[in-house]
Design a protein around this ligand. Sequence first.
Ligand code: DON
Length: 569
Amino acid sequence: MFNSSSTSLSFVFGLTFLFFSCQSKESNDSSTRGLIADKAMVVSARVEASAIGLQILKQGGNAFDAMAATELALAVAFPFAGNLGGGGFMVYRLADGQVGSIDYREKAPLAAHRDMYLDEDGNVIPGLSTKGALAVGVPGTIAGIYEVHQKFGTLPWSEIIQPVIHLAENGVVVTEKQAQRLANNRKDIIEVSGEQTLFAREFQAGDTIKYPALAETLRRIAANGADEFYKGETAQRLVAFLQAKGGIITLEDLASYQAQWREPIRFDYRGHSIISMAPPSSGGVTLAQIMGMLEPFNLAAMRHNSPNYIQVLTEAERRAYADRNYYLGDPDFVEVPINQLIDKSYLKSRMASFDPDKATLSSDVGHGELSIIESDETTHYSIVDQFGNGLSITTTLNGAYGSKLYVDELGFFLNNEMDDFSSKTGVPNMFGLIGAEANAIAPGKRMLSSMTPTIVEKDGKLLMVVGTPGGSTIITSVLQTILNVVEFGMNMQEAVDAPRFHHQWLPDHINFEPEGFSSSDMEILKAKGYKINEGYTPIIGKVDAILVLKNGRLEGGADKRGDDTAEGY
Ligand code: DON
């Protein structure tokens, strides 16, 4: 089965942390069934992180304690996207049904300005918002997880971080996929961080990478809390490092950073209540728009991934992304008309132009232009604890290894999240997204995100915790995973593994994953006027999700596309 071992950590922790395998597969399950557990589960991009999260739960901690441990363990085991130098969003549902969310998204430095990536002729300078010190937004991760722990945690902060410090000291074994990612990015990392940087070395699958500098940083954070990162020795060393590299982040930027609790987006879909992230992520609003437009259609009567199904999703996605790119930005800086955008009658009117016989033209739908490049350089993890709390967390450095700027003395990569702003109206960012005024750069502003950590309720009870990386494809990957369960009755692992497709208004074409779609179905779509991206199409998303089964047990969906792993007990 997919990555569902509970024993592979023994090499890291030795006997002290030997895990007992209390996990089982239901005997009558199909071969695509995910890990089943009775009480609690963590699903993340790496076995080491899932296992540490589960260990915290077994120690009696709750999902919020496990969040801090899992997030930091991802920074060690999955430096591609796990981070101390990035940011993220978390949506929660307490066992008693209360919901909420926290935004620990990066912010533009106070010295940032609207035209900071333009040359004197007003053209975007290639690479400036994606590589090196100027691309870095003020990191939010430590503030986010510390704030969560202050509000909801039960175990001592320093105790939660101990297993992560052990992991950093003892090292992490490189997987095949990780070796490939490191090789793909090595040249850029060296260009930005120098020949002496840790990842200048050529690591092979099976090698162990140790992180002594990160262990030291974590030890100080364990002792001093978030102040260590934002005001303490770590802050001082980080700012000195960044300034030496030409960056503009100051001690004032760090000291003034605060994670924000935000009201999540909540909407109904066919007897389910969906809870997702509000701006500055576009995830929840855009998901609500798409699902609102889909609700009147009988999707369950369509064959899964059939031309009719692809068509109706495409048309809803087209219309929702046109709105996303125009209206959404940081709500602390711009007015976002959330209620109008997710109003069911507005959404009905948006779909009024839908014609089942032929494709709508994106040029007839909305503003701007964009092109898309998919990748999966963010990471998502899902947690359900033994008390019934559900947490959905997506965290990112933005690009692969962020800005490629590795702070060797502190042991972590820094984000390139500044590229999620619109550097210049009409010019696409690294995901091909073209923003509008709402997402222009301003000092202290948060850049628009697509991250969509989401929770689904049915009959007032927790049903699913779901999310994924994938840039602008995040929203449509979360959408399809929910529909796979709710409309097509798939189990969690099947829903995660099922082939995905994506449309985002402009460019006006549908992207399909390389496997799983038939050429005859493509021909039917083409005959109706749909354009298909015939070029290189990589995987779309890496979903990590948990489903609460009818018998109350939990099923993990750990995406087969990565090294993702479910751990439970
Ligand atoms: O916040 C966002 O929407 C992006 N920074 C996410 C980046 C991402 O998912 C990278 N992987 N494709």
